[in-house]
Each structure stands twice: as C-alpha cells, then as structure tokens.
Design a protein around this ligand. Structure first.
Ligand code: PEP
Ligand code: MN
Length: 293
C-alpha cells in the first residue's frame, strides 16, 4: 500500500494514501443523477425549504423553484435543531411529500439523514442523501453512507479543518460509495455579523486536494437572505460546481431558517445574475443548456 506523509495537526504521518486525494484519481468525479451531472463543468442549483413543513408549503415552493430553473429540490424531513423544543421535522411524512413534489416537478430530491437506523428508509425515498454539518464526525453514520447506493451530499462540519473534512469523506469512499459531493456551508469563527463564516477559499483548496465535486451553501454560510445571492455568485466565481440555497414560499412563516430563506422571486433574480457570471467564466447553469426554460 502506498504511504504518504501528512503533517496536518492530529493526522499521523505515514497513513495509507487516501481515496479522496486528487493524486489517486486524476479525473474529476462527475456524479450523474437522473441525467444531471454534478461536477462536469456546469453549475447545478439545489433549492427548496430548510424543512418540509406541510404538503402545501413543499409543493408550492417546489413548483416555483422548478419554474425558475432549479435542478434539484431540497427539504429536510429530519431536522438537526439547536433546541429540542424547535420543530424537528415531519419524518417519514415529509419524505412522502418530497416524493410527491418530485412526481409533480420532475426534480430529483435531496434530504438529510441523521440516524443510522433511518438510513435505509431515507435512501429508499431520496435521490441524494444529505449528511449535515453536525454529523460530519458521526463515524457510524459515515460508515452506513459508505454502504449506501445513493450519492451523498456531505457538508463540512462547522468546526472542521479542510483536512479533517476530507478524512471524514474518506470514510464514505472507503466504505464503497465514491459518489460524494462536498459542501462548504460556513465555519464557526469569532465573527458574529454572519451566522457562520463562509470559507470560499475552501472551494479552490478542495478542488486542488480532491477530485470530488464541491458545492457551496450560502444560506447557512451567511444566515441572512440579502447575503445569499451575493455569496452564491461569489461561489460560482471561485469554481464551485453548484450551490444549495434555501427558498420558502412564505419565509416570514417558516418553522426553520426563515431569515436566510429566499423568496421565490429573489431566487429567480439570483438565477439570472448567476447565469451572467457563469457565462463570464465559460460555464453554464445546468438547466439552461440542457432543458430549454
Ligand atoms: C440543512 O442544510 O438543512 C442544514 C441543517 O445544514 P447544516 O447541516 O449545514 O447546518
Ligand atoms: Mn436550514
């Protein structure tokens, strides 16, 4: 087995070389979900509410983001909330609404799993499984994700260095699932003007270190609606393969993350601006090239 030196703090020297390393796989990993390529050069857009709150809320939001050009619908049925008294998600009922929204719009879905015991059920419903920031170091969950047959949208831990993040992704690849999409969603710093500090330099750094696709979540990265389109555009410029944003049909009534959720019209405006920027760097937003609007 090839050995490599790694001087990162906390990571011993002379570990076997990693599956996530660019050295091991020269070509970029492209993840194809229902004909949509994540990582192939075009930019994908994942949009939808933080949480699935009701059938009406989800279907209405799904219809709108689909109409404005999203490639995937997001929505959490199992929510990792800071307070145990906050809305925890609808569970399997939420997954059923997500499938219904997929039927309605044709958009593949992305939803989070938090518990190894629910992995199989979530996997059966969804097209992409999300592992959230708080679970980046949940090794039993990462091992289950390794056995899973669906792509994993794997978010950076809020206190994780880039090398720790890649080592955690390694668990999923080592387990047999090489369909991993990395997601920068902001890290915790001393700064309080934003919810997290969106580490956009992580995008080119990850691109240099790994062959896996990298997307950015400016919603959790900033915590403020007005900052989301600005940082989404910045993500495109620094080379992200896509973005994931929270959109709610009535953000002022949202049961979670309303302050950072775009109105559907704001999402539409952001899509137009992202298109201009994508063209400026020789890229396309996926839907514009492949599905005439
Ligand atoms: C989410 O995307 O709904 C979420 C909870 O994000 P994070 O894990 O990045 O906080
Ligand atoms: Mn959220």
């Amino acid at each position: 087995m090839k050995l490599k030196k790694d001087d990162s703090e906390g990571i011993p020297n002379d570990l076997p070389s990693n599956l996530v390393d660019r050295d091991n796989t020269k070509v970029d990993t492209v993840i194809n979900v229902n004909g949509i390529n994540i990582g192939g050069g075009d930019i994908v857009v994942i949009a939808g509410p933080c949480a699935v709150e009701s059938r009406d809320q989800l279907l209405d939001t799904a219809r709108q983001v689909s109409g404005y050009g999203a490639n995937f619908l997001r929505g959490g049925a199992f929510k990792p909330r800071t307070s145990p008294y906050s809305f925890q998600g609808l569970g399997e009922e939420g997954l059923q609404y997500l499938s219904e929204a997929r039927e309605l719009t044709g958009l593949p879905i992305v939803t989070e799993v938090m518990d190894t015991r629910e992995m199989e059920m979530v996997c059966d419903y969804t097209d992409i499984i999300q592992i959230g920031s708080r679970n980046m170091h949940n090794f039993p969950l990462l091992k289950e994700a390794g056995k899973c047959r669906k792509p994993i949208l794997f978010k950076r831990g809020l206190m994780a260095t880039i090398d720790e993040y890649l080592m955690a992704a390694e668990y999923i690849l080592k387990g047999g699932n090489d369909q991993v999409i990395l997601c920068e969603r902001g890290i915790r710093t001393f700064e309080t003007s934003t919810r997290n500090t969106l580490d956009l330099s992580a995008v080119p750094v990850l691109k240099q270190k790994t062959h896996l696709p990298v997307i950015v979540d400016p919603s959790h990265g900033t915590g403020h609606r007005w900052l989301v389109p600005i940082m989404a555009k910045a993500a495109v410029v620094v080379g992200a393969d896509g973005i994931m944003v929270e959109v709610h049909n009535h953000p002022e009534e949202a049961l979670s993350d309303g302050m950072q959720s775009l109105y559907p019209e704001g999402f539409a405006q952001m899509m137009k601006e992202m298109e201009i920027l994508a063209h400026a760097i020789g890229k396309e937003i996926f839907h514009l090239k492949h599905q005439p609007a």
